[in-house]
Design a binder for this molecule. Structure first.
Ligand SMILES: [Zn+2]
Length: 342
């Protein structure tokens, strides 16, 4: 089968479309014929690598997959061959206290498809049967592949960690990114007022169409000053942080007293300074969040099926153009998700 793979870490030239043997499902597993697989910033991090990430090469990229089950391993009743599915990207032991409490993203063995294990930007992928969830109705494979990682991340961060409530104000950075698109909609779904930032007026217009109440062009204006102006100097209740170094100090200053910052990533750098005086004096909460539970993903998929959360597909490209797709993502040239089709 064809697959987007790396044989070692490094720059864009490390990514290739190669041939791998078709994987066979073992006990409790299913094989999915991939119809669509989305990109994430995670793909770029995995390509570059970091100390502690131990992969066996060749490693296939890709965390977000939709397709059709075409083989099942021993002991699998559901899903059946022919079922249309979208994959939950989280893998966990299923036996520890965290897993049995429905908190599998806190499992010590937690892994993400395409990060710690080979992923689904390929013609086929094998996963545990419980990771194959029914495709929501009225959704194309491309739209379904645009949902899991980003919507799950934003849902867990805003709903489970920051506990956003009706009437609160939420600042969403980089609303044109995959997680930004999801966070704007999830905050609105929970009754919040959303202030969204983006780097171009075209993106801000699209953020408004997704439900953002106020928009700020961070290239043209200081977002902290704009947040103060839009909140009568009070600040926001929740900041959805995934940018890191470039926005972190401003995120702290943009918080109202008692505000919460939930951080899910750091695309511009993970080691910004933090002025602790602002954190303790204004009694801020800094919350970390990674991925979410499969229960939360089912909830997200229900809202997607009802049309109350909308996946946003920027463009669909063939697998062979993955380098171009990664370059677009690295340059933030997209709005929403870039999806590959085998
Ligand atoms: Zn576990």
């Amino acid at each position: 089968m064809k697959a987007v793979l790396i044989r070692g870490h490094g720059g864009p030239e490390r990514v290739e479309v190669g041939e791998l043997p078709l994987p066979e499902p073992g006990p409790g597993e299913v094989r999915v014929r991939v119809r669509a697989a989305a990109l994430n910033h995670l793909d770029l991090w995995v390509r570059k690598g970091w100390s502690g990430l131990m992969l066996s090469f060749p490693h296939v990229l890709g965390s977000d997959v939709a397709g059709v089950v075409d083989a099942v391993g021993p002991g699998v009743d559901e899903p059946k061959v022919g079922a249309e599915v979208v994959l939950a990207p989280g893998l966990s032991c299923g036996r520890c206290v965290r897993c049995r409490s429905g908190e599998e993203n806190l499992c010590r063995g937690y892994a993400i498809l395409g990060e710690h294990v080979s992923g689904g930007q390929a013609e086929a992928v094998v996963v545990p049967a419980r990771n194959a969830l029914p495709l929501p109705p009225n959704l194309s494979f491309e739209e379904a592949a645009a949902v899991p990682l980003t919507f799950l991340t934003a849902w867990h961060a805003l709903v489970a960690r920051a506990r956003v409530r009706p009437g609160e104000t939420v600042l969403v950075h980089a609303a044109g990114s995959g997680v930004g698109v999801a966070a704007v909609q999830i905050a609105k779904l929970h009754g919040a007022r959303v202030i969204a930032t983006a780097g171009s007026d075209a993106k801000l217009e699209r953020a408004r169409a997704l439900g953002a109440d106020e928009v700020v062009n961070y290239e043209a204006k200081d977002f902290v000053q704009e947040v103060k102006r839009l909140t009568q100097r009070r600040g926001v209740d929740v900041v959805f942080e995934h940018v890191g170094r470039k926005t972190w100090e401003g995120s702290i200053l943009a918080c109202a007293p008692g505000g919460r910052i939930v951080t899910v990533g750091a695309t511009t750098g993970y080691d910004p300074p933090t002025d602790l005086r602002h954190v303790f004096y204004r009694q801020l909460s800094i919350l970390g969040s990674t991925m979410g539970t499969s229960g939360e993903l089912l909830e997200v998929l229900r809202f997607v099926g009802e049309g109350r959360l909308r996946p946003v597909v920027d463009r669909v490209l063939p697998l062979a153009r993955v380098r171009e797709a990664q370059a677009l993502l690295a340059d933030r040239a997209q709005f929403g998700k870039i999806v590959l089709t085998p």
